[in-house]
Design a binder for this molecule. Structure first.
Ligand SMILES: [Zn+2]
Length: 76
């Protein structure tokens, strides 16, 4: 247990289609928002595919939140 996110609920979520706005976090069905590793809370937007989450890792690294990216993948 050293930084690996593997609780089963975490995934990449699209906050918007802009750059650096795809965040890694956990979905809360209570608040219907995503709690991202970088500390923000947001309601995910539907992506081009129509889904609310994107594959891991996201196909376009430019869309990944740098803070979430470093936290999700660990130090490089
Ligand atoms: Zn983030």
């Amino acid at each position: 247990m050293c930084g690996v996110i593997s609780d089963g609920g975490a995934a990449w979520y699209l906050r918007s289609t802009g750059n650096h706005d795809t965040h890694y976090g956990t979905w809360s069905g209570i608040t219907r928002t995503v709690h991202a590793l970088c500390g923000i809370e947001f309601r995910p937007a539907a992506g081009d595919s129509g889904g609310t989450f994107v594959p891991n890792p996201p196909p376009n690294p430019d869309q990944m939140c740098p803070d979430c990216r470093s936290k999700a993948t660990g130090p490089v």
